[in-house]
Design a protein around this ligand. Sequence first.
Ligand code: SPV
Ligand code: MG
Length: 296
Amino acid sequence: MFNKSKTLQLKTLLKAKGVSYVMEAHHAASAILAERAGFPAIWASGLTLSAALGHRDCNELSWTEISAQFEYMADATRVPILVDGDTGFGNFNNVRMLVRKLEKIGVAGVCLEDKVFPKTNSFLPYNQSLSSIEEFVGKIQAAKDTQSDPHFCVIARTEAFISGEGLESALRRADAYQKAGADAILVHSKKSTIDEIKAFCDRWDDSVPLVIVPTKYASTPSEVYEELQISMVIWANHLFRASLLAMEKAAQRIFQEKTVWNLENEIATLEKIFDLVDEKELTLAEKKYCPSLQHL
Ligand code: SPV
Ligand code: MG
């Protein structure tokens, strides 16, 4: 798998029969853990990446600031990174700049959503206006025309259900986006059941693969994704949520108990940190390239 370029790896996953499961990461460490767990691709989530930097998911951070984070993630892993590109951080011209930058830093694909800039996280009950189909089609075309690697993936995400526009609008938008060149359609829903997604799948013509984000309808059994012939399922925020709770508990306990000793067996060892950043590799390289270095 790893002799394929990252862009081709992502495209292959999108086109493959069966469901691929993709895990969220918000920095290099979480990306490495997702890869080591076996996930074949990583979702660079706008929500968790912003939150990890102390910001809201409404484009408070600039695209250059978060691109720096994407680059750390791409450098640290061999599986493809699919970037949550929000609305493209502006108009079609910002989309072009974004795609150029993402290709340069080794990102395999971008997902663009049809909201207006600045966007608001889909699970907040306000500011969910959509851009016109015409404007978003222009952004998809601009992204596809800009990419230099033919395998770089542009996924068009419709927020028609999120905004309340409903099924007909979702289908109309998705159709226009795939005709504009999108490699896949992400259809999002904030319902606690998969009903909206199922209704969409029943009418979708399968012209391009479908991607979903079952954060709110997380109780859906995975067989249902297979039945609906979903191509990619994104677990969009779960590593961040897991770490948030673990860190909160540790901070509270250490503060209350005035010692770290009681936690020693419940937190990662130092060896685990050294392993995360592959200290062993450097030791071997030192022996090869700098044998005079003293090793205790
Ligand atoms: C993200 O992870 O930032 C997403 C998915 O875009 S959601 O939070 O569901 O909008
Ligand atoms: Mg997002």
